[in-house]
Design a protein around this ligand. Structure first.
Ligand code: NAP
Length: 273
């Protein structure tokens, strides 16, 4: 069941919804006339309509009447209010994609009944079509639902499939990961300034180095450790820098960050149950 020809409804027209709408239209997976959006902010709706040509509807009930694939693009705190509002209007053609942090497929099934639900943990880089997303199926979702959800999130980056119990780990790694990378980049830029580079130049070099390293891993398919060894000559400059990274505990600090974020994600999920 491909996405083409289906109707997609975004409940919430915020930052993530806009990124997905623009990715979907650019990738020609679906036309704007098959996309519907609801949001309490009418100015926001007008903007989305002007920019992307999508249909905007007055409320979430109208949205459920217009679309079969319902994308929950609201903050986790408003999910229950939305589910109670739409429950009576759900029929067997509907299914749900949710990417609200901490909201499980079981939570949505408990509210809406035996409905296919696919849950996604994505990240902010969707905004520049370089998102890292992981999806997990609920009890009633079939392969075709997962396939469509993959198509949607591929339009804004990479997608993998995992068991739902691993989504907290995904949150700890790639969900929170952009912030870790920003801090590493900021530190490198400051370091460049410390050794005498103008900030603008230090920033350009740092960002390109980060991007280049990511592309080297992706495009060569080589293990990062091997790529690191290839540029670390005996007694050289990189070896001197690497020693300091090890001495400062960079690896264990990053591991601790991912573990702490994973545990925090589990705690938040528990609270939202
Ligand atoms: N942004 C990210 O990088 C990112 C990454 C991963 C996951 N997520 C998840 O994606 C979801 C959306 O995030 P976002 O950044 O797009 O948030 P956002 O920009 O705040 O968008 C949410 C939109 O939903 C609207 N809304 C509020 N109550 C509503 C209701 N009852 N019915 C319909 N719409 C309603 C909000 O309107 P008002 O502003 O007027 O309240 C807002 O326009 C969240 O659950 C978040 O956890 C976001």
């Amino acid at each position: 069941m491909p996405l083409k020809g289906q109707s997609v409804g975004f409940i919430g027209g915020g930052v993530m919804a806009e990124a997905l709408i623009s990715g979907l239209i650019k990738s020609e997976l679906i036309t704007a006339e098959n996309i519907f959006v609801s949001d309490p902010d009418t100015e926001r709706l007008m903007l989305l309509k002007e920019k992307n040509g999508v249909n905007t509807v007055e409320n979430n009930i109208e949205l459920v009447k217009s679309a079969s694939i319902l994308i929950m693009a609201v903050k986790p705190q408003v999910i229950d209010e939305v589910l109670s509002e739409i429950k009576a209007h759900i029929n067997k053609n509907h299914w749900v994609i949710t990417f609200a942090a901490g909201i499980t497929t079981g939570h949505i099934e408990n509210h809406l009944g035996e409905i296919p639900v696919v849950r996604v943990m994505t990240n902010t880089a969707c905004l520049v079509s370089a998102g890292a997303s992981a999806l997990a199926c609920g009890s009633y979702a079939a392969a075709e639902h997962a396939e469509i959800c993959q198509e949607i999130f591929k339009s804004v980056g990479k997608v993998v499939t995992v068991k739902e119990e691993l989504l907290d780990a995904v949150t700890g790694l790639s969900g929170s990961g952009p912030a870790y990378m920003y801090v590493i980049m900021e530190a490198l830029i400051d370091a460049g300034v410390r050794v005498g580079l103008p900030r603008k130049i230090a920033t350009e070099l740092t960002v390109q180095t980060m991007l280049g390293a990511a592309r080297m891993v992706m495009e060569t398919g080589r293990h990062p450790g091997r790529l690191k060894d290839m540029v670390t000559t005996p007694g050289g400059t990189t070896a001197a820098g690497m020693y300091e990274l090890e001495d400062g505990g960079l690896r264990v600090t990053l591991m601790n960050a991912v573990m702490a974020a994973t545990e925090q994600s589990k705690r938040i999920s528990e609270r939202l149950k």
